[in-house]
Design a protein around this ligand. Structure first.
Ligand code: SAM
Ligand code: DTB
Ligand code: SF4
Length: 336
């Protein structure tokens, strides 16, 4: 076993040097260098390690299904270089007012009937205003009443807003760190890394589950991918849900035309997330429509155990449910 990498596969926590564990929570601290060593492993060794961890904590043949809905689309004032919903880029995404409660309930019912167990509501805001929170709170309560797990991603939260969402029945708040701190400024300038960490802190303080991940394939280095995973794994506690998105390149956004990433690098990133955050749901998120079935299968092998299900993400496409059903059948996977 490489000395640089904590042995997370066998009674690991007890065997870590003190400097690498938090004395109170017992969680491991991962340095960027340790994660780079993981990412540099021979591919089969990396996947083997990820499988060992995965099977210790999860049913290796079970994948959770989550359906997304955009409750408020387009016109966003932020400058995230990947995003089709930023008002300043001309991407053809039409601005839409907030959906009605009835529309959201109908979509959630359909998602449940199709087999989804979680329903995630996204909004193209820098952050919600108070009247937005009131409306989304109604949506959350209604979706929860259908027996679905609830998730929302509404941007930065101010004091008190996370608590209101929790009281409405929100199980998870999604807010991504997106990339490593040193690469972040190349992608977004209208909010900084600390703003994101502050929102995550607000969510954590309410006791809600945290869904936090990032995007791969934005032209970052392997070192930066290690930096993102280190940031996520060192949140204390680490997020319960970790979406790893592959950049969906949308014409009109600054990142359109970025050199394509070797798909195996994406699989390696999933494996590193699995190894460093053993109990988290690691979500194979955006970018599946452009991915072969073989690469998706490798992602499941590397420890991904959640996907977005249904033919649309927020504004871009996702494989049709029937295609995913066929893939699951082929791979012997069942849904959670
Ligand atoms: N506006 C809110 C915010 O950004 O905090 C919530 C919605 S935003 C669309 C949610 C996440 O979607 C972003 O943080 C980013 O990680 C992901 N995302 C957006 N556009 C993407 C793209 N083109 N490819 C991959 N992921 C994307
Ligand atoms: C996350 O990490 N990925 C999802 C969800 N959280 C909200 C969003 C992906 C968006 C992809 C681009 C689009 O469809 O607009
Ligand atoms: Fe706005 Fe969110 Fe898109 Fe950034 S990612 S431009 S905050 S909708």
């Amino acid at each position: 076993m490489n000395q640089l990498i904590p042995d997370v596969t066998s009674n690991a926590t007890a065997r870590q040097p003190d400097s690498m564990t938090n004395a109170i929570t017992g969680s491991l601290h991962w340095s960027v260098a340790q994660i780079e060593v993981l990412l540099d492993l021979p591919f089969s060794d990396l996947i083997h390690r990820a499988q060992l961890v995965h099977r210790q904590h999860h049913d290796a043949n079970a994948v959770q299904l989550s359906t997304l809905i955009s409750v408020k689309t387009g016109g966003c004032p932020e400058d995230c270089g990947y995003c089709p919903q930023a008002a300043r880029y001309h991407t053809g995404v039409e601005d839409q007012d907030m959906l009605s409660l009835t529309e959201v309930i109908a979509t959630a019912e359909a998602a449940k009937a199709q087999g989804a167990s979680r329903f995630c509501m996204g909004a193209a805001w820098r952050g919600p205003k108070q009247r937005d929170i009131d409306k989304v709170a109604e949506m959350i309560s209604a979706v929860k009443a259908l027996g679905l797990e609830t998730c929302a991603t509404l941007g930065m939260l101010k004091s008190g807003q996370a608590e209101q969402l929790r009281q409405a029945g929100l199980d998870y708040y999604n807010h991504n760190l997106d990339t490593a701190p040193e690469f972040y400024g190349e992608i977004i300038t209208t909010r900084d890394y600390q703003d994101r960490l502050d929102t995550l802190e607000q969510v954590r303080a309410t006791g809600m589950h945290v869904c936090c991940g990032g995007i791969v394939g934005m032209g970052e280095s392997r070192h930066a991918r290690a930096g993102l995973i280190a940031q996520l794994a060192n949140l204390d506690p680490y997020p319960e849900s970790v979406p790893i998105n592959h950049l969906v390149q949308v014409a009109g956004t600054p990142l359109h035309g970025t050199e394509a990433l070797d798909p195996l690098e994406f699989v390696r990133t999933i494996a590193a997330a699995r190894i460093t955050m053993p109990k988290a749901m690691v979500r194979l998120s955006a970018g599946r429509q452009e991915m072969s079935e073989a690469i998706q299968a490798l992602c499941f092998l590397a420890g991904a155990n959640s996907i977005f299900y249904g033919d649309k993400l927020l504004t871009t496409g996702n494989p049709e449910a029937q295609r995913d059903d066929a893939l699951f059948k082929k791979l012997g996977l069942h849904s959670l």
